[in-house]
Design a binder for this molecule. Structure first.
Ligand code: NAG
Length: 393
């Protein structure tokens, strides 16, 4: 009797499971090749990409834009939202910019997602081929403003995983005016001498997690600019590059502050800075608070630990040489390794707004196997555990 009942039951269960698997596979997929994209590295595939996007964006069901293997030449791509549903943007190929840098360099953006609410971008390589643009800038020629490689502006619920970004003209990845963004296992590469090629730049955004990744570039590996809140950064390999920075802040008088930032379990190799807070030496209502830098390894870093509130290149626009940005509640803990300069720790705070609540805990930074030194001005806080170099706090 029991057998007779359970047999139809098993059939029904199987049908349900089959239906569920099948329906999740049935995500509409918009393959860019179907709309004319060619993975030959030569055919301009800009329009087919935009067509695939607009169809996916209009889909009521969760939809996919799919880029198969191959090399696709694309000019500026602006992917506008809002979309009706979640979009998966899956890249198995490589996107390259035209070799003439003017082609994307005038608009400021190469690949831009704007006002998109739920999006997962995964895999793939984007190569902006920035070398010509950098040399134009270095030669002081007449150059376009330069394009950021991949940007998310006014987006929410973003996941970017496994992307490789090469040789951006300008910044590689930007997150502006966005929230709930996860960036996982990113690989970024540009030469150490390439100008302004920040790895990831965050501004006016909240809830940004960057976990895993290797960033080697010519400017900051990660820069957290004004209005960055609730930021978590872990397991990043940075170098070469200018380190992980909060700033530059205090560019303007009315500026949003930066708060609740954690940088942990990361390694800096041959970078100009390790962890840095940098503010212009001019009036501002900005602030930096609740920041933790911990569990970090420095390998041959010029300035492993640095707060610089006297940033004023060429002495222009800094009338009183004193920053209005208030820095408070910053912890540096368990930071070990080597400095290439004798001053391994520099905390140079504003004369008019001293740094407060600075905590130094378990720091050991050496200079060519010799003892290192520190430079501290206008800093208040406390020290615990073994802190080398000494003399601060
Ligand atoms: C600080 O940021 C983390 C990481 O984004 C977040 O989980 C946490 O809730 C934030 N804390 C506050 C008090 O907002």
């Amino acid at each position: 009797m029991a057998k007779n009942i359970s047999f139809p039951l098993v059939i029904i269960l199987f049908s349900i499971v089959f239906f569920l698997i099948n329906s999740s596979n049935a995500m509409p997929s918009f393959n860019v090749q179907r709309y004319g994209a060619r993975g030959d590295g030569r055919t301009d595939s800009t329009k087919p990409f935009l067509t695939a996007w607009s169809l996916a964006c209009r889909s009521r069901a969760r939809a996919m834009v799919y880029i198969p293997r191959g090399t696709y030449l694309v000019r500026n791509l602006v992917f506008w939202g809002p979309c009706k549903s979640h979009i998966t943007f899956k890249i198995d190929g490589t996107l390259v910019a035209p070799s003439n840098y003017w082609s994307i360099g005038n608009s400021g953006y190469w690949i831009l997602f704007a006002k998109v609410n739920r999006i997962s971008v995964s895999g793939g390589t984007i190569d902006a081929r920035g070398a010509g643009y950098w040399s134009c800038r270095k030669n002081g020629g007449h150059c376009p403003q330069g394009a950021r490689s991949m940007s998310f502006s006014w987006c929410n619920n973003v996941r970017l995983s496994g992307l490789t970004s090469l040789n951006s003209q300008n910044m590689h990845v930007t997150v502006h005016h966005s929230s709930n963004v996860r960036i996982q296992n990113i690989r970024i590469r540009a030469p150490s001498g390439s100008p302004n090629t920040d790895g990831i730049h965050v501004q006016s955004s909240s809830g940004v997690t960057i976990s895993g990744g290797t960033i080697a570039t010519g400017d900051d590996c990660i820069a957290l600019s004004q209005g960055s809140r609730n930021i978590w950064i872990e397991r990043v390999n940075c170098g070469p590059g200018h380190g992980i920075s909060i700033g530059s802040l205090g560019d303007y008088v009315n500026e949003e502050g930066v708060q609740n930032v954690t940088v942990t379990s990361s390694v800096f190799t041959k970078t100009q800075n390790g962890v840095r807070i940098k503010t212009w030496a001019r009036p501002s209502r900005g602030f930096v608070r609740n920041v933790v830098f911990r569990n970090l390894i420095m390998r041959n870093v010029d300035n492993p630990v640095i707060i610089d509130q006297n940033y004023c290149p060429n002495g222009r626009g800094c009338p009183r040489q004193s920053s209005g940005v208030k820095i408070s509640g910053v912890t540096f803990a368990n930071i070990k390794g080597t400095s290439t300069t004798p001053i391994a720790m520099k905390l140079d705070c504003s004369r008019s707004n001293h740094c407060t609540g600075i905590r130094l805990q378990d720091i050991r930074l050496t200079y060519m196997r010799r003892s290192s030194a520190s430079y501290c001005r206008n800093v208040h806080g406390r020290r615990s555990g073994v802190v080398i170099p000494r003399n601060c706090l």
